[in-house]
Design a protein around this ligand. Structure first.
Ligand SMILES: [Zn+2]
Length: 473
């Protein structure tokens, strides 16, 4: 007897060169077999997928399920668990939060996802100052692993550090084989293509996850086409040292905080305004919101949603300008180019398709990838490589991203005519059906150093090994 049979599934599993109609069976949370015909009387539960796609669950290497903490400008990102599960994702790297906030959020509002978390570096909060010594950085890496993070993120667009300190942090994280991600930007260069240009030197001989490549090709310095090409050239140059992802949503996520002179504080938000000719100050924000360029992020029915116009201005003012915003600044030209570009050996230049979503309502990786398939820009196999297989290798989750016998039964089911995920499973357990989250809690992915913290949390956990990740191979 097997626990679950997904019959008549169009299974796409590039790792095992499977692409066609099969029955997929699951036992004890693992893939049992993928074969042409299973005896359905042998299945505890049988679901006829009627030709819908069944792919290894989407692994999102850049989303947000917690905030760094210690300040007020972030809304509660734990709503993101249900939001991202409802889009069909099964595994998430919470890219810059705080492992205790993430795990608390998983308990309250979890959706059955596998989640790893990295700690965002905010001077005065998660790192003592902007100029930490090597010893201090080393202790921060060590502390965060023990807290249940798998590594750190440098928040160059929000809390930029000097290029030297940025480089020191990468070095120390590499030394302890912790995950290290960079949102490009330092005290010398912005969160744009100029900032990306200095990253090879900052990386030195190290390893680095360069986050959301598309966000440095928004046409701030040159045109989008040129910036996308330059970004690809930089990645090619750093092929053996960087892992990268790009997302496909048109909106970004930032914050409209203004200082006492009424000027916008954050580099990313200033860029969003100036790129469309708005002043980077309170007046510019008011104009942008009233003209429908930009929206405020608000909670509606336990999910984060967007509002524009007068309503958005009112909520921004009532929060004393400390309000999360989204602007439609990501070009489909860069998204297309960065997603589809390949090396001559057929490997993708940008490893994975991410969402940069979670609590931001832009969990569109699967549906936008399916539109690229419909358009003919990606084959189904290539779509699965970008959504599941490459990200599994990126993170060293070698028992995910494919349907080999004994692999974790993490499955995303996609209705091809809708172009959307309609069902998903984690470890053989259904977590989403018809676009609605049907599970709680989750599976916390940690490093061995975080074992005690994970045990004390009471959450199910799994120890992962970054020595097997593409970042450190
Ligand atoms: Zn992000």
């Amino acid at each position: 007897m097997v626990d679950l049979i997904l019959s008549n599934a169009h299974v796409v599993d590039p790792h095992n060169k499977t692409n066609g109609l099969f029955d997929l069976s699951v036992t004890k949370g693992k893939i049992d077999s993928v074969k042409q015909h299973s005896d359905s009387s042998k299945g505890e539960v049988v679901i006829d997928l009627k030709g819908n796609l069944a792919i290894p669950g989407h692994i999102d290497t850049h989303a947000h399920l917690s905030s760094v903490g210690g300040d007020t400008w972030d809304s509660d990102r734990s709503y993101g668990h249900k939001m991202i599960a409802e889009s069909g994702t099964t595994t998430v790297l919470d890219l810059a939060g705080n492992p205790s906030i993430m795990s608390e959020g998983m308990k309250r509002r979890g959706a059955g996802l596998n989640v790893a978390c990295i700690t965002g570096l905010q001077p005065g909060e998660t790192i003592p100052s902007e100029n930490p010594t090597m010893d201090v950085i080393r202790d921060v890496v060590n502390r965060e692993k023990k807290n249940g993070a798998i590594g750190l993120k440098i928040l160059g667009g929000y809390h930029p550090l000097s290029p030297e300190i940025t480089s020191d942090i990468i070095f120390q994280a590499n030394n302890q084989q912790a995950w290290i991600a960079l949102h490009v930007g330092t005290k010398d260069a912005g969160s744009n293509i100029l900032g990306l240009r200095e990253v090879p030197e900052i990386t030195d001989k190290g390893r680095l996850h360069v986050a959301h490549i598309n966000s440095y090709a928004r046409g701030l310095i040159n045109n989008v086409e040129e910036e996308s090409s330059e970004a690809l050239d930089l990645i090619i140059k750093m092929r053996s040292q960087w892992v990268t992802e790009a997302y496909l949503a048109s909106i970004n996520g930032t914050n409209g905080l203004c200082d006492e002179d009424g000027n916008v504080v954050f580099d990313v938000a200033r860029n969003c305004l100036t790129i469309r000719g708005y002043e980077p100050n309170e007046k510019g924000i008011r104009k942008a919101l009233s003209e429908g360029y930009g929206a405020a992020l608000v909670l509606k029915d336990e999910r984060m949603g967007l509002i524009t116009g007068e309503d958005a201005i009112n909520i921004w003012e009532s929060n004393l300008t400390n309000q999360a915003f989204c602007f439609p600044v990501n070009s489909p030209v860069s998204a297309f180019k960065l997603t589809t570009a390949k090396y001559s050996d057929e490997e993708f230049i940008v490893d994975a398709i991410s969402t940069d979503g979670g609590a931001l309502p832009r969990n569109v990786a699967i549906e936008k990838t399916m539109s690229l398939v419909k358009f003919g820009a990606l084959s189904l196999n290539e779509a699965v490589v970008k959504l599941s297989y490459n990200p599994s290798k990126m993170l060293g989750l070698l028992n995910r991203g494919h349907f080999s016998e004994g692999a974790e039964a993490d499955i995303t089911v996609i209705d091809q005519s809708l172009g959307k995920a309609v069902m998903s499973f984690v470890n053989g357990k259904m977590i989403m059906k018809d676009g609605k989250s049907v599970a709680d809690g989750g599976n916390w992915l940690i490093l061995s150093e975080g074992k005690e913290t994970a045990e004390n949390s009471g959450l199910p956990y799994e120890i992962i090994d970054l020595s097997k990740s593409k970042l450190y191979l």
